[in-house]
Each structure stands twice: as C-alpha cells, then as structure tokens.
Design a protein around this ligand. Structure first.
Ligand SMILES: *[C@@H]1O[C@H](CO)[C@@H](O)[C@H](O)[C@H]1NC(C)=O
Ligand SMILES: *[C@@H]1O[C@H](CO)[C@@H](O)[C@H](O)[C@H]1NC(C)=O
Ligand SMILES: *[C@@H]1O[C@H](CO)[C@@H](O)[C@H](O)[C@H]1NC(C)=O
Ligand SMILES: *[C@@H]1O[C@H](CO)[C@@H](O)[C@H](O)[C@H]1NC(C)=O
Ligand SMILES: *[C@@H]1O[C@H](CO)[C@@H](O)[C@H](O)[C@H]1NC(C)=O
Ligand SMILES: *[C@@H]1O[C@H](CO)[C@@H](O)[C@H](O)[C@H]1NC(C)=O
Ligand SMILES: *[C@@H]1O[C@H](CO)[C@@H](O)[C@H](O)[C@H]1NC(C)=O
Ligand SMILES: *[C@@H]1O[C@H](CO)[C@@H](O)[C@H](O)[C@H]1NC(C)=O
Length: 661
C-alpha cells in the first residue's frame, strides 16, 4: 500500500517537475487579463510566478502614488510591507517626502518561494464595507496581486469581507531563472503596465532588450499587453532612481484601448510616436506651469520649501499641501509682532494681579505642577507658569473658540516667564479621575458610563475641530488623559497646546511634516512618530484611541495593569482582548472594575473596536477623526437610550441563578 502511495507521489512529482522545467527556462506566463474574472480559477498565471531553483531574492515592484493615503514612502511601505528607508533610497527621495499623485516609484522587496509560487507577503486591513477581493487587488494594490491569489490565501468568502478584517496579501514577484542569470540579469521587476504602453516602450524605460521582456513573460513577438496588468522586467542593475514620473505617460495622451486582437506593430509604433510628441508637449507645458508656480510661490511664501526632484518630472498636478514642510523654529519665536497681535484679543494681566489672585502662588492654591488656582473677584481661573517662549500656544489658543478646548483668557509676561490664564476646570484632569492614586477621588466610582461616553465624544469633537475646522488645520501632538480637563459637569476640555502645530493644507493626504525632535508621552505616541518623526493628524487619532482605552479600562496608557503584570501598552493590550475567542468575555475582564458592570456591553464593545482601529500600527488603517466623531455620536445617542437598570436587572438575575445552583 505504502509503495503504491510513494510511487504515485513520485510520479506526480516527476510530472510536476517536467511541466515546470520548460517554464523555468523562460519566466512565467503573462496574466493576459485573466485576473479580471475572479471566478476563473483555472489559469495558474493568475496565482503568481512559478518558483525555480532560487529560493529567494531581492526584487522590485512598481507602484503609483495614489490618493487618499498612499503618497509617501512610509505609507507605501506599510501597504506593500517594504522598508521605508529602502524605498526612499531607491527613488532618491526622503522618508516622508510627499510623492506627487500618479508618480511611478520602485519598491524594493524580498521575494521568496512559497509553495509553487514566488510571492512577497503583505497584509491589508479592510477599511470600508464596499471593498472586494477584486478592488483590493486591482485598485488598492494596483494589480500587484490578483483576486485569485487573494482568495486562495484568505479563508474569508467574498461576501464576508467587512471593515477591519485583516487579509494576507501575496504580491507577485519573481527571481531570475538560471538562463536569465547567465544572461546577466540580476533582478526581476514587476511593472505595472499603464495605458498606451507597449513592450518596446517599457524596454526603453529600463534600457533593456525587448526580447528579454518577451521571454520573461512568455509572450510572442506580436502579443498585445493590457494596461493594468503586471509584467516582469528583467534587470541587470538596480532600477534607475530617477525614473519617477518619466515612465508615467501623460494622462490625456490618446492610447489604444486594449483590443483583443494582436496589435500590429506599425500602428503601435505610430501610437508610440504620437504619444511621445504629445508627452513632450505636455511635459513642456507642465514645466512652464511649474516654473511659473515656483516663481510665484517663492515670492509669496517666505521660507521657500525645497522642491523635491520628483516634482520636476510630473509638474504641479498636486496641491501645495503635499510638500514636506520642514518645521521652522522661526514661526514659534516670540516676535513682538506676535505679542502685539495677541494683545488685541486677550487680556494682559499685571503680575501683581496674578500674585493677589493666587495668594502669592501659595501651596494650597497649587493644582498640579506649575498650575495654580486663581480667583478674580470670585471667579476661578487656572494660571500656568511656563518658562520662555510660549507664543505658539498663545497664538493657537487665541484663535480657537470651541466648547471642548480650554479657553485662554489672558496672559502675563514677567521676568522671562509667561503666565497663562485659563478657564478653570473644577474636576482636574481625566487622568486624575480615572487612575487611582489621585488624592481627590480615592477609589470611589469617579465616572459613570454615561459620563465616559460624553467625555470621549467631547474630546473627539475638539480634535475634529482642530483637524478639520481650523484654518490652517492643527495637530495637537500631545493628547493624553492628563491633558483632558473636566469641568464642573464633567464635560471635557482639551488643554496643553504647547506642542501643537499647524499642518499645511487640508485633506487626508496632505500636511506631512517631519521632525527630528521627537517629544511626547510614552504610550500615546504613534509608531510612525517615534520611528520617523512623522507628524500627521493620524498621530492624534492614535493618542485618542489610547484615551478611549483608558476610559474603558481605567488602566494607564503604559503598565498600569491592576493585576500587576508587566509594562504593557494599552494600545497593544487591546489587540489581545479583541482577538480570538470569547471576545466579549475578555472585554468584561478588561473593563474598569469601578464601572461595576453598569454599562451596556454591546456599546462598550463598539467603543473598544473603535479604539483598536485608532491605535492601528499602520497610520493608513486608522480612521479619520471625523469618522471617529461620527461613530461616537452614534454610541452616545445609543447610550442615552440605554437604561442602567436593565443591566442591573440582568446581572442580578444572573447572580440569582448562580446562587440557586
Ligand atoms: C468567468 O469564469 C467562469 C469560469 O471559467 C465562467 O463561467 C464565466 O462565464 C466567466 N465570466 C466572465 C464574465 O467571463
Ligand atoms: C531598512 O533598511 C535599512 C537600510 O537599507 C536598514 O538599516 C533598516 O534596518 C531596515 N529596516 C528594517 C525594518 O528592516
Ligand atoms: C530584506 O530582508 C533583509 C533581511 O531579512 C532586510 O534587512 C531588508 O531590509 C529586507 N528588504 C526589504 C526591502 O524589505
Ligand atoms: C508568506 O506567506 C505564506 C503563506 O501564508 C507563507 O507560507 C510563507 O512562509 C510566507 N513567506 C515569508 C517570507 O514570510
Ligand atoms: C482597475 O483599477 C484602475 C485604477 O484604479 C481602474 O482605472 C480600472 O478601471 C480598474 N479596472 C477595473 C476592471 O475595474
Ligand atoms: C484556511 O482554513 C483551513 C481549514 O479550515 C486551514 O487549514 C488553513 O490553515 C486556513 N488558511 C488560512 C490562510 O487561514
Ligand atoms: C521574435 O523576433 C526575434 C527577432 O526580432 C526572433 O529572433 C525570434 O525568433 C522571434 N520569435 C518568434 C516566436 O517569432
Ligand atoms: C538625487 O537627488 C538630488 C537632488 O534632490 C540630486 O542632486 C542627485 O543627483 C540625485 N541622485 C541621483 C542618483 O539621481
């Protein structure tokens, strides 16, 4: 019996080898638009490039920067699971440089043989309900994978794709065959064919022989290639670093639709010539526009931002906002002009007034750190003493008028210190309220479920305002429970704008900033900020997710596990809670014991799920604050419908049942 099995296996293996030998000489069958029919599972070409004797190698993909999220090396490296530094180096740009939309870049990856096919593993978290295997393969991943390969390696049926689901994404790649190595080829680049391109135009871009591409893809001399299909390009050297944009044909150039019939070479040559002529004209026009644009900008904007090399190719099709802005310290220095401007909208206090109001900054009026309670004719205010230059905070706060942002009423400059006078928050900070060890609240329940939902909603409201309704938009950069103050009605006021910054431009893609000076509070800082100094509104979303988790669990952002187990970040813990089996039970264990089970578990679950999305490692997977705010509005209105006595009733009846056993 065993011998039968063995010989059957041997025969199968032999057949397999035989069938793959001719294939490994040339590279791999071209997908030939077979990837368009997801239910067509027969064609092997759609699964990937067959392995040959090389187990792994360095390889390259091409990717077009695209809205809304994939416009910097960082975001693209998360999507394609590559190395940010390597992408930047391969394209001669910096890590956080914004890449003009539709610019083709090369992405170095490690390619390895997994089973029958070469692949590079990436993972993707579904963002919205409407996404399908096809849209993810064709649109998000730009045909670097196929719906067939995705379906093969993910167990979710096509109808079960919901937001937040994590998919395994095999990206097509290949390693050189022996024949190719002998011919001097070192890498195979997976190239995304654009509208109007032919094998010869692609060969020209990379300076390789047309025939080598034809052989690598098992094409015949007259085969037509389809746009939005991947094609392998064998390379003898690393791909050029400066071909960004050069490869992307102008959008409006006429190009033949992909006909089913074989292209005839004369007409395709004609099209190439027309394409080149139109391309040259468009490039010239773009250059002229760019020149005008730069010139105009330079005159208008004081510090001219560096013009990335990439832009020279593709022209000003992008907004000003997509440039990397190097934070200038100048704008933060306390200029006399700034002060004068501030004076117009704020009260300026005399130092003596402040001394009197705070009882000469007495211990008993000390709230925390350098913040004192002051009383001006019976009205309380908070006075914060800051060393040096705080014009940034003053300039931001004086422009902001929102119920959930702490109001700055005035200031005083005395002997190099600045005294800021704020509205008074009776109930201290959220941190004091939630975490034990606070002098004021002992262990009693400080905040009910309803209050916590209100606070979350308030903070989201404030951030939404900062990100989307101030002009220019701001990033708080230092959100944490210690900077969320609570007034007499436990309504939240976001405070401490000392690190806040404006982000140039608007929208989800724009406004990237880079800093080498990473400051913040452990547990609240987003990975891309810690690792790359990247400042975007998504860093506030991350910090907000951590605050949500504190509201739910009553634990501290780092380590404050009441069971005393290690230094664990809340943003990490939440994944353990919400993954695997018995999620709801695990969530009960995670919730703040001070809530005494007086909360609707379903809503707590929704909020935890939301928090988990906010603290996603990949900034592209995090929701915009506007979406967060919308979801919290729903949770809040459901909370208002919820009757705490129901929950009490239920837990009582449960305990009665267990008692009677
Ligand atoms: C897709 O492939 C399946 C299976 O081969 C076939 O039945 C179906 O007609 C094809 N659909 C289209 C739109 O070509
Ligand atoms: C990315 O590549 C750089 C150099 O190319 C290397 O120093 C760094 O460790 C790599 N990062 C990762 C996460 O592999
Ligand atoms: C490829 O793998 C090596 C080692 O595993 C790693 O250092 C390198 O950064 C990887 N390259 C890319 C582009 O991810
Ligand atoms: C890629 O994913 C496949 C399937 O999950 C796995 O078998 C393979 O080991 C992975 N490859 C690498 C290099 O991690
Ligand atoms: C594939 O994606 C591209 C780019 O998003 C789009 O232009 C094209 O229409 C898509 N193809 C199909 C069949 O949807
Ligand atoms: C898919 O499910 C099968 C059986 O249910 C399991 O053996 C396999 O590991 C799963 N694959 C993935 C990628 O999860
Ligand atoms: C394709 O053309 C090349 C020369 O241009 C020739 O050497 C080769 O044999 C041709 N291949 C086929 C399959 O016709
Ligand atoms: C990289 O870009 C800089 C300017 O941004 C340029 O001076 C340099 O020559 C470029 N290097 C290569 C290899 O293209």
């Amino acid at each position: 019996m065993a011998t039968v099995v063995w010989s059957a296996a041997a025969v199968t293996l032999f057949l397999l080898l035989c069938s793959s030998i001719p294939k490994s000489e040339s590279q791999q069958e071209y997908v030939n638009n077979k990837q368009l029919n997801c239910s067509e599972q027969e064609t092997k070409a759609t699964y990937g490039n067959l392995c040959n004797s090389v187990p792994s190698c360095t390889s390259y993909l091409t990717f077009k920067s695209s809205l809304p999220d994939y416009t910097t090396p960082i975001s693209i490296s998360y999507l394609l699971n590559s190395n940010t530094t390597a992408i930047a180096a391969a394209n001669n740009i910096t890590d956080v440089q914004s890449i003009p939309i539709d610019t083709l870049i090369t992405v170095p990856i490690n390619c390895s043989c997994s089973g029958l096919y070469y692949q590079h593993n990436a993972s993707y978290t579904i963002k919205t309900l409407g996404e399908t295997y096809f849209s993810i393969a064709n649109n998000t991943y730009q045909s670097l994978t196929t719906c067939q390969a995705l379906m093969d390696q993910n167990n979710y049926s096509a109808v079960n794709l919901v937001a937040n689901l994590n998919l395994h994404v095999p990206l097509r790649c290949a390693c050189p065959t022996q024949k190719q190595s002998e011919a001097g080829f070192k890498y195979l680049l997976t190239y995304l064919v654009s509208q109007g391109e032919t094998v010869s135009s692609i060969a020209e871009i990379f300076g390789v022989d047309e025939q080598s591409i034809i052989e690598a893809n098992e094409l015949s001399n007259n085969s037509f290639i389809f746009y939005f299909t991947p094609i392998s390009v064998p390379l003898k050297t690393e791909p050029p670093t400066n071909f960004m944009g050069a490869a992307a044909p102008p959008e409006d150039s006429p190009s033949p639709p992909p006909p089913a019939a074989d292209g005839d070479s004369d007409s395709s040559k004609k099209w190439v010539i027309v394409g080149i002529v139109v391309g040259v004209v468009v490039v010239l026009l773009l250059c002229a526009t760019l020149f005008f644009f730069c010139f105009y900008r330079q005159r208008r904007v004081q510090p001219p931002s560096p013009t990335p090399a990439a832009k020279a190719f593709s022209g000003p099709t992008h907004k000003e906002s997509e440039e990397m802005t190097i934070p200038s310290t100048q704008s933060w220095s306390l200029s006399s002009e700034g002060i004068r401007y501030a004076i117009e909208s704020l009260s300026v206090y005399k130092f003596e007034e402040l001394q009197k109001a705070t009882g000469f900054f007495s211990e008993e009026n000390k709230i925390k750190g350098s913040v004192y309670r002051a009383s001006f004719k019976g009205d309380y205010a908070a006075v914060k003493i800051l060393k040096g230059d705080v014009s940034g905070e003053i300039n931001i706060l004086k422009k902001i008028n929102h119920f959930n942002v702490i109001r700055l009423s005035g200031f005083c400059v005395h002997k190099g210190d600045t005294y800021l006078v704020y509205e008074f928050a009776e109930n201290d900070s959220l941190e004091d309220c939630l975490h034990s060890g606070s002098k004021k609240y002992e262990t009693s329940v400080c905040l009910s479920w309803v209050q916590r939902v209100h606070i979350a909603h308030d903070v989201a409201d404030a951030l939404n305002y900062l990100h989307n309704y101030t002009s220019p938009p701001h990033v708080h950069k230092n959100l944490k429970s210690g900077n969320v103050l609570l007034d007499g009605n436990f309504r939240a006021k976001v405070s401490n704008f000392g690190l806040a910054r404006t982000v140039e431009g608007e929208g989800d893609d724009g406004g990237f900033q880079l800093t080498r000076h990473v400051v913040g509070t452990q547990g609240y800082m987003s990975p891309e900020y810690i690792e790359n100094g990247l400042i975007t509104p998504k860093m506030d979303v991350f910090a907000f997710g951590v605050v949500l988790l504190e509201l739910l669990s009553g634990r501290e952002a780092v380590g404050g596990d009441k069971n005393g187990s290690g230094d664990q970040m809340l943003s990490v813990t939440v994944n353990q809670v919400l993954e695997g089996e018995n999620v709801k039970e695990k969530l009960r264990g995670f919730m703040d014991p001070n809530l005494r089970d007086e909360y609707p578990l379903e809503l707590a679950y929704s909020m935890a799920e939301l928090a988990k999305r906010c603290v996603a490692r990949d900034l592209n997977s995090r929701p915009q604050i506007s979406e967060v705010f919308m979801i919290l509005s729903k949770i809040q209105s459901s909370t208002l419908d919820w009757d705490p006595s129901d929950e009490l009733e239920r837990s009582r009846s449960v305990s009665q049942i267990s008692d009677s056993r």
